[in-house]
Design a protein around this ligand. Structure first.
Ligand code: FES
Ligand code: MG
Length: 573
């Protein structure tokens, strides 16, 4: 039990500084709010009207506040730089590290004893977990929850996934553009984040599997009344966590990360979870590598029949038994030791978890795919690794050899992809470079390049695609991502040429081009035009490009790796 609070360093005593800290914060709170008896708790709130997936979090924050008061704490709303995945350009990922850096500094600088992290849309939970890890004061996540299912002409529409699918149908000529546009108002039916197993849903599952949410919280739909009651419970629990001094470093151990990797595999989660998990682990000083993803995820069956890998949506998962119901099916694959925010191990919440619909949470002996963790490929195209999500790929393409068709930038790809003169067949391997963390900058979700129109019209719906970019967690296809080092960092992706023969073999985990070392060496003497890569001269982009690390280590800024604890450097007055 903790007797002295961190916030006592601000509020305790009879001197002038304590007077100043208290006087400005009274604001109508009860007299004992700052007397050292009540933990001071920030609600890191990513609510923003420009982050539509998180816009409801102000209401959620009120429930958290009520819970904090009820347990004897004092809550404070703390706005966070918020990132609307669909809105900001060039890509929300460019500011994940900025949000993480800003919140790390604010958690440390302020008179708080713990934080409740309110997230939802893709980058918001990762940024908050990175920040809380570097400060290491008690912290707990409230996942804002997915939207309920929208329908168009009687059929469920999956956020993101069906945009990709329907827009390809338009390009193939099998759906009119008018029909496509008509579906626009049907997709987003309620508050909440994307209802597919995209990045937002995946990161909610990750937060729960890491032990950082109340068990059973992840996947609760945003409009569901239980979201608010669990938010209230979260407010109560953070008060107890502070009194017990249960910190992120006590919860997010190496084994907890391995559990998160297993959980991502079992739900068929987003490839984006890899850079986020690596970055969070980096903040905690945990030695997590790409090989851990391959090793821990190998042999894990995809148990969730959810888009983009399968058919259903998050609302269906919740009614079928939820994330805990799903994890209960693979309990034997989870490490037993890691505790959750409650102090009780995650695995202890997995007994007696019935599945109510086994077409959504599939039986262990009939999963969507047998062995489908995110797979790491290496070879002379990506010596430090590249990723593929086999569950979202075409099985026949998981072993493939074909000639490269190379694009130097996203603009180059858009200019030429539908050109009838482009020398491309279904066997070609599309290669896109200049889209890594440094090159774009920010590693956008463009790795799922469109299939050339001519091939779409012939019925081709998937091809092997390789890039240093990411892909939306809602997307699908035989798409190899996160090639490291990226082209802009001098990776061999910069030297591949149209016509080079590329071989991918997911089973043997290799990705190679049939180009000799000597030839690659000579090509490296004449790199592609630097103009294809970002060269910012000031501001955040400049700081980012100068310091961002490669995807294989989480794409954090090099000087943000690790933590500085919660100690402030000097007094303020
Ligand atoms: Fe916000 Fe998908 S756009 S979660
Ligand atoms: Mg996304």
């Amino acid at each position: 039990m903790v007797n002295r609070l961190r916030s006592d360093d601000w509020y305790e005593g009879a001197d002038r500084n304590a007077y100043i800290h208290r006087a400005w914060m009274r604001r109508g709170n009860p007299d004992d709010a700052l007397d050292g008896s009540r933990p001071q708790i920030a609600i890191a709130n990513t609510a923003s009207d420009l982050t539509p997936c998180n816009a409801h979090l102000d209401e959620v924050a009120e429930s958290v506040k009520a819970g904090i008061w009820a347990a004897g704490g004092v809550p404070y709303n703390l706005p966070v730089v918020s990132l609307g995945e669909t809105q900001v350009k060039p890509t929300a990922m460019l500011w994940r590290n900025m949000a993480a850096m800003a919140m790390e500094e604010m958690f440390r600088a302020n008179p708080i004893d713990g934080v409740v992290l309110l997230g939802g849309c893709d980058k918001t939970i990762p940024a908050l977990l990175m920040a809380a890890s570097s400060v290491d004061i008690p912290a707990i996540v409230v996942p804002g929850g997915p939207m309920i299912t929208g329908h168009f002409r009687g059929e469920a529409l999956g956020c993101g996934t069906d945009v990709w699918r329907l827009s390809e149908e338009v390009r193939a000529g099998t759906l009119s553009n008018e029909q496509f546009l008509r579906s626009e108002s049907s997709m987003i039916r309620s508050k909440g984040h994307c209802n597919t197993m995209g990045t937002a849903s995946t990161m909610a599952v990750v937060a729960e599997a890491l032990g950082m949410t109340i068990p059973g919280f992840a996947g609760t739909p945003a409009p569901d009344a239980r979201l608010l009651s669990m938010s209230h419970d979260t407010g109560r629990l953070i008060v107890e966590m502070i009194r017990s001094d249960r910190k992120p470093s006590d919860i997010m151990t190496k084994d907890a990360f391995l559990n998160a990797i297993v959980a991502v595999a079992a739900v068929g989660g987003s490839t984006n979870s890899v850079v986020h998990l690596l970055a969070i682990a980096g903040r905690l000083g945990i030695d997590l590598t790409l090989d851990d993803f391959d090793a821990a995820g190998a042999g894990v069956p995809v148990m969730a029949n959810l888009q983009p890998s399968g058919r259903f949506l998050m609302d269906d998962l919740y009614r079928a038994g939820g994330v805990l119901g799903l994890l209960a099916q693979i309990k034997d694959m989870l490490k037993p030791a890691p505790i959750t925010v409650t102090g009780v191990p995650l695995v202890e919440y997995l007994d007696d978890r019935p599945v109510y619909d086994d077409t959504v949470i599939l039986p262990r002996d009939a999963p969507l795919m047998e062995d489908a963790g995110i797979t790491v490929l290496r070879g002379n195209l990506a010596p430090r690794g590249a990723l593929i999500k086999p569950a979202a790929a075409t099985p026949e393409l998981l072993q493939h050899t074909g000639p490269a068709v190379v694009f130097d930038s996203i603009e180059d790809m858009r200019d030429r992809i539908d050109d009838p003169a482009l020398d491309v067949t279904a066997d070609s391997v599309l290669v896109l470079r200049g889209c890594g963390p440094r090159g774009y900058p920010g590693m956008p979700e463009v790795g799922n390049m469109p299939i050339p129109k001519r091939l779409l019209e012939q019925g081709v719906r998937d091809m092997v695609r390789i890039s240093d970019a990411r892909m939306s967690g809602t997307a699908y296809g035989t798409v190899i991502l996160h090639a490291a080092p990226e082209a802009a960092a001098g990776g061999p992706l910069a030297f591949v040429r149209t016509g080079d023969i590329i071989t991918i073999d997911v089973e043997s985990r290799t990705l190679n081009m049939a180009v000799s070392d000597e030839e690659l060496q000579s090509r490296s003497q004449s790199p592609i035009s630097e103009a294809a890569y970002a060269a910012p001269v000031r501001g955040w982009e400049k700081l980012y490009v100068d310091h961002v690390m490669q995807a294989d280590t989480g794409a954090d800024l090099d000087f943000l790796v690790g933590g500085s604890g919660s100690k402030v450097s000097r007094e303020s007055h």
